[in-house]
Structures are given as C-alpha cells and as structure tokens.
Design a protein around this ligand. Structure first.
Ligand SMILES: O=C(CO)[C@H](O)[C@H](O)COP(=O)(O)O
Length: 234
C-alpha cells in the first residue's frame, strides 16, 4: 500500500470515533483531507465541525459539512488530526502544515485526541522531523539564536505566513527526550506563539496505518493531560 492509501485507511477508521449528534474537532493535513472526505458520509448525523485551519474549513464546506465557530463550543468529544511524528506515549510533533496553533486550540477543547497517521510517523524519540515553532515575526531572529544555543539548527520556513499572520521556524537536530518539559520551556520564550510539541495535548488513541491494516494504539497516561488539570496547579 502507498503512504496515501494508508492515510485513507486510517481516515476511514477514525469515523468510528465520531460521536453522532456532536460537533467534531477537525485537524489539518493530507491525512485529515481524507478524513474530511470520509466524514461527509456522516454529515447528517453530526452537528458540525470545528476546524483548525482555513484549508480544512474550505474542504469541510466543499463537502457540505457545517463549520462551527470554536467560540460557540464549550467541549468536544473528540479531536481528530494527523501528526508529523508520534512516540509510544502519544506525544507528537505537529505543524508540518503550519496549522499548529489552531490545532492546539481546538485540541484543548476536546476530551480525546485521536491521531491518524501512517506507520512511518511512529518513532522511539521525537525530533527527527524538524520541530515547527510558530513565532511572532519580530522575534524570529532572536528565537533562532536561542535555538542554536541549545543545539538546534533553525531555518525560517520560506514564504510561509500562518493563518495567524506569523512565521514558522523549523528546528532540526533536537532530540526531544522529555516532550512535556520541552513544550513547557519553549512555549514560554517571548515571541513563541506555539511550539509544535503536543505533550500536554497528546493523543489518547493513535490509529496507525500499516501494511497489515489499522493498528490501534491506546495510551495510558500517567501524567494527566492539561484538560484534566488546573493550571497553575492549586
Ligand atoms: O500538524 C499538521 C499540520 O499542521 C499535520 O497534522 C501534520 O503535518 C501531518 O500532516 P499529513 O497528514 O499531511 O502527513
């Protein structure tokens, strides 16, 4: 099977996680494009979708799926999205499609993050895929130097302006051995809008497309996801 066929396979399998009568959180990317196409078959059984990008909004509307504003939704049962890398605990690198900030905003609304990915995305340690970081343009050079100081090799993603009017730094050479600590640390550097580490919003389930079919990975979380915790801790 080709990588694209594996993406279509997991996208179809994700329909089983959509709760009829609810609003679905929808991510961004080529795997999610397949999911949106599959979701069209259920469009009369869901209230609609909260979208994480202009790209997905356009595709949802083209398939006749009602797009609901994130501000009108208090909670979502599920958020369904792809990943650039996922480890064996459900931590992910995301942002290859430059939609990481809105993806994290919508994921934050959801009780469960269902990751859909082909088998090439599963890694022992995050960091082979260059880490996307959405940054305020004014801070891009300063942040690039800061990544260099911790051993990263940052490059500005050429010609890319995000849906939020910001830029993307892609940082190579970082071995992300403690995703939660790295996410919290980098996210508070001035000028960082969102780092593409999803540890606080890691997956509950990953549907992995393999040549033997869809493998379902469920993650037992020993650190509660952010949605279950008070922050700052009380
Ligand atoms: O994070 C993302 C977009 O910002 C995507 O989920 C990620 O890049 C995976 O994309 P694809 O499904 O095309 O492989």
């Amino acid at each position: 099977m080709t990588q694209d066929e594996l993406k279509a396979l997991v996208a179809q399998a994700a329909l089983a996680y959509v709760v009829p009568g609810t609003v679905v959180g929808v991510g961004t990317g080529s795997t999610v494009d397949h999911f949106i196409d599959a979701l069209a078959s259920m469009k009369d059984r869901i209230v609609g979708a909260v979208s994480s990008s202009d790209r997905s909004t356009e595709r949802l509307r083209a398939r006749g799926i009602n797009v609901v504003d994130a501000s009108s939704v208090e909670r979502l049962a599920v958020y369904i999205d792809g990943a650039d890398e996922i480890d064996h605990d459900g931590n992910m690198i995301k942002g290859g499609g430059a939609a990481l900030t809105r993806e994290k905003i919508v994921a934050d609304l959801a009780n469960d993050f269902i990751c859909i990915a082909d088998a090439s995305k599963l890694v022992p340690v995050l960091g082979k895929f260059p880490l996307p970081v959405e940054v305020i343009p004014m801070a891009a050079t300063q942040l690039a130097r800061r990544f260099q100081r911790i051993g990263g090799q940052p490059t500005l993603r050429d010609g890319v302006v995000t849906d939020n009017g910001c830029h993307i730094l892609d940082v190579r050479g970082l071995q992300i051995t403690d995703p939660l600590a790295s996410e919290i640390e980098i996210n508070q550097w001035p000028g960082v809008v969102t780092v593409g580490i999803f540890a606080r919003h890691r997956a509950s389930v990953c549907l992995l497309g393999t040549s033997e079919g869809v493998k379902t990975m469920r993650f037992a979380h020993n650190v509660p996801a952010v949605r279950d915790t008070a922050y700052p801790p009380v």
